[in-house]
Write a protein that binds this ligand. Sequence first.
Ligand code: S3P
Length: 442
Amino acid sequence: MKPTTLHNIQGGNEMIKVIQKAKGPLKGTVKIPGDKSISHRAVLFASIAEGTSTIHGFLRGQDCLSTISCMRELGVEITETDDVITVEGKGSSGLAEPDKLLDVGNSGTTIRLLSGILAGQEFYNVLAGDDSIAKRPMRRVTGPLKMMNASIDGRDFGNYTPLTIRGGNLQGIHYFSPVASAQVKSAVLLAGLYANGQTTVTEPFLSRDHTERMLRTFGVEVETEDLSATIRGGQKLQATKVEVPGDISSAAFMLVAGAIVPESEIKLDVVGINPTRAGIIDVMKRAGADVTLENERMLGGEPVADIRIKASSLKAVEIAGADIPRLIDEIPVLALLATQAEGTTVIKDAAELKVKETNRIDTVVNQLNKLGASCEATEDGMIIHGPTPLKGAEVESFHDHRIGMTMALAGLISEGEVKVKDTEAIAVSYPDFFEDLKGLLN
Ligand code: S3P
């Protein structure tokens, strides 16, 4: 019989999860859910391809479902079964003017990548999402798309939703992005497919390269060199079969759980280890974590492996520079790891955290400190003094999936109950998170 270390309290509209200290090590194998970034791209690219594409291992999280519903509004026929998503591609000019506003929910990837595609369409679109999306900066995408000739507006001259886009007649550009952002790079490259001439994006550090890899599997030529990617306008996408690997950003939670709950050993199956995403593995190894990759192979243009994590003693590390885009989404859970590491962990060059689903510098630092951690916010990151024992408290997730999961894991090593508010947001990227965690409790 497994002890019930996780249970729910429903308070008003909010789902509160109560997590108690794990009574023993975490043991077992988890099949990590599909990669969120790759799932979005698969639906978007299949929609503008010629022919019928199938997507296997698609993440049925709220964000990716928002991408599906937007593409349906644009006239794309998409069928869903438990195993396969089938997309009847409309070709590059077959999308139709939507009757309604395109609702992206909580999904930054949906609004930013879709804006790139819509910049190539002559019809009128309005895009908006939830309260978090309404606060997230869009000029980083609308700015270069306007330079390409798209007509875009929004609050604060195109910086905030609702965005209106009427595109067409685009001109290729060479865009030097001030931020290392795959959402910016992808939006500009997708618009580049519809532009005259060629379009290049150069970024300060390399961001995730799933767009470049997947466009090639749809038959598009994309040239990459150092920090630049170039696409020639007018190329057509051909339908294909996409296999989505497990999301390393979801695996991150299980990796950290396995590292901090004493004597744990967990195996994570079929996880994407694309070098532009795998920063967490390098950083955890530097911190003394016992992580091993097994059965490394390619799956649909992306490298994958099974990952084994065993609990071990941990030491503080510095996380900065080119590492940051390779693990930006993992910083909340790495901060939790740092609370258990010997020494002072310094995370810098990570100001991008302020414009995620929440200001993740503030939310991480404030909530971990409520649990007894010793964290300080800085202008571009945080400093964490460890190791500190954690204690029970009621913490907020602020409707941010990654904050909710980080806090739940903190409960596994805290003396006293950790109550995490608004955990329904976890379904954005990892709908079975609590079931998978329960399966590891002994
Ligand atoms: C993503 C890119 C990253 C990441 C986000 C998903 C993507 O955002 O944080 O969760 O799928 O391209 P930025 O491009 O804003 O860094």
